[in-house]
Write a protein that binds this ligand. Sequence first.
Ligand code: SF4
Ligand code: SF4
Length: 408
Amino acid sequence: MATPGALPDLPTPDTCVQCGLCLPYCPTFRLTGNESYSPRGRLAAMSAVIHGDAPVDAEYDDALSSCLGCRACEAVCPGLVPYGAAYEVAIADLADRRPTQARKVRRWVLGRGIASTTRVMLATRIAAVAQRLHIAKILPGLARRGLTGLRRLEPGRAPWKGRVARPVGEPKGSVALLSGCVMDAWFGPVHDATVGVLVRAGYEVVAPESQTCCGALAAHDGHRAEAQALAARNVDAFADFDIVVSNSAGCTAHLKEYDHWTQTHGSLNPAVVDATEFIAQLIADGSLPRFDSARRPGPDVAMQDPCHLRHAQRITSAPRTLVAAAGCAPVEIDNRGLCCGAAGVYSVLQPSMSEDLGLQKADQVHASGARVVASANPGCEMQLRTYVDRGIRIVHPVELYWERLSAD
Ligand code: SF4
Ligand code: SF4
């Protein structure tokens, strides 16, 4: 039995054979050429610390803190080294052993602050006022980039948390929607679209009032007790449903790996699916229609693969299925799926590398010529909006599909 607050025994970084095949896929190694910023270097550093051969010092902190947690290395590793799981353990251990003032603040913000709907709504109202005053240009870098990345906020709109939507007739099943820490307040139209499509497919959709933030941001920053407490609340909130659907790739990936965080509380029982994969299945089995692009062609859509969709969940075809079924033409921009630099709170902690990666992703979008970009993750969407040319639309693939379905 694991002790409360501890992570379960997970595969160790020792399984890495140091072959280096993952290096070309690691965004931080590509930017720096520095072995300490590579998967191989980080895994070696984790091993050295575990075996007591190296201290937990500033150098180690830098090596781990500069990692995006994108898991591109894990997806291409021939030895199936579980980088993401090893990193989760290592970053939690690091946060415990180097409790800097900044980490204490982040522990509260990511572990408690964003789990409060009241606090998120208050922050949303402040940001909405700032948007309407058009003051982004005069704000310092971090606040300017954050405000630029947001959609136009509508603080008066009703959140989905606590609501139910029913189909006409007997439901095919009961779906729990993860309302998320900021999805309801900042990305309400993505929830509208997800609920609209699922109800049209015959499902009852419920956003349980007792749910909370999934805990991914706290977990990825090493705040294990807080991540475990959030996971425990959601295990209870979702227990009575057939399936849990999330339209934020980072949250879905975290929910799918909840067993790492809920071992003292029991597993999350319903299956978890990303909204893109669930709706793609419904299109494939004929429950939802495909729209003919020849009859009414939609725009070219540049496809941005969120790392926690592509690398962590290995989902690439589902968002393309949605975009094509909406009558649009998916356009490939990056066959390696390099991280856009959003990565949770990475843009706050590592602004320089985050900006380099954001500009690189924007160049890929601009080179495609597409005026619409589809991204299935809120952080990536904000990063794209910060760096791509104004006038290019950033949209969730479910929204594109819902727009066509609801207009039909
Ligand atoms: S993580 Fe995998 S691909 Fe990368 S160096 Fe280690 S064994 Fe090789
Ligand atoms: S998770 Fe991403 S940034 Fe971190 S080592 Fe792997 S590829 Fe590099």
